[in-house]
Design a protein around this ligand. Sequence first.
Ligand code: ATP
Ligand code: MG
Length: 235
Amino acid sequence: MTNQDDFISTVSHELRTPLTSIRGFAQTMLSSWDKLDDNSKKKFLEIIEQQANRLIHLVENILSVTKIPSENLILKRTGVNSSISSIIQIIKQKYPEHKLILDLNKQELYIYADSEKLQQIFINLIENACKYSDKGSNVNIITKSDEKNVIIKVQDEGIGIDEEYAEKIFEKFSRIDNPLTRKTQGSGLGLFITKSLTEKMNGKISFKNLKKGTEFGLKFPIYNIEEHAKCSVGH
Ligand SMILES: Nc1ncnc2c1ncn2[C@@H]1O[C@H](COP(=O)(O)OP(=O)(O)OP(=O)(O)O)[C@@H](O)[C@H]1O
Ligand SMILES: [Mg+2]
């Protein structure tokens, strides 16, 4: 079987599961409308809505994955701190019970990046940190730099990642089977997209387990005005 066949069969399976559930609950409501009380009707509609949301998330991620190889990113001087600050409210609304703690470098740190995709990278990592840790726990987001690189860390106090899955989590459709991943929804594409986009911006992604939880690290070359001036003169 080719990679393409593999991809299509996995996608079909992933699409079929929520669709079957939507159809099932809709059929039950239609056939038993008079027998169902309002509470049950509401519960069924909530499931239908939830599964529809899951489908939308999945389709958006599948589109991102198929676009990545041919996509030209628009790389510009981009501030990492302001990029994080601009997405943090969206995540706070989605995970109001987590404590998102920002420890950002005093001065803005600039890298050569596609600003929209950089936001997508941060959203994926911070959402994972919230998804795979308990409500009320801390998520630390740290930015700093050394001589050559800007370093971003996202730390959580969650379930951690078994060493044996270290390579796997960055692959397409990979989800680690445990009670918490079964409880949370996900397409298993977030980290694949995150890694691909990071590398397209000349960055690197890594992770390590902490005493409790996980730390994902990103490293991008610092934007260097002189180098980029030289490049443009060359054109
Ligand atoms: N911070 C984390 N702590 C523990 N496990 C994690 C963490 N981040 C990712 N994982 C594990 O790696 C798997 C892959 O993550 P990935 O973000 O690619 O997919 P997902 O979160 O399941 O779905 P989505 O496509 O919606 O992001 C997750 O299913 C989870 O098992
Ligand atoms: Mg994810």
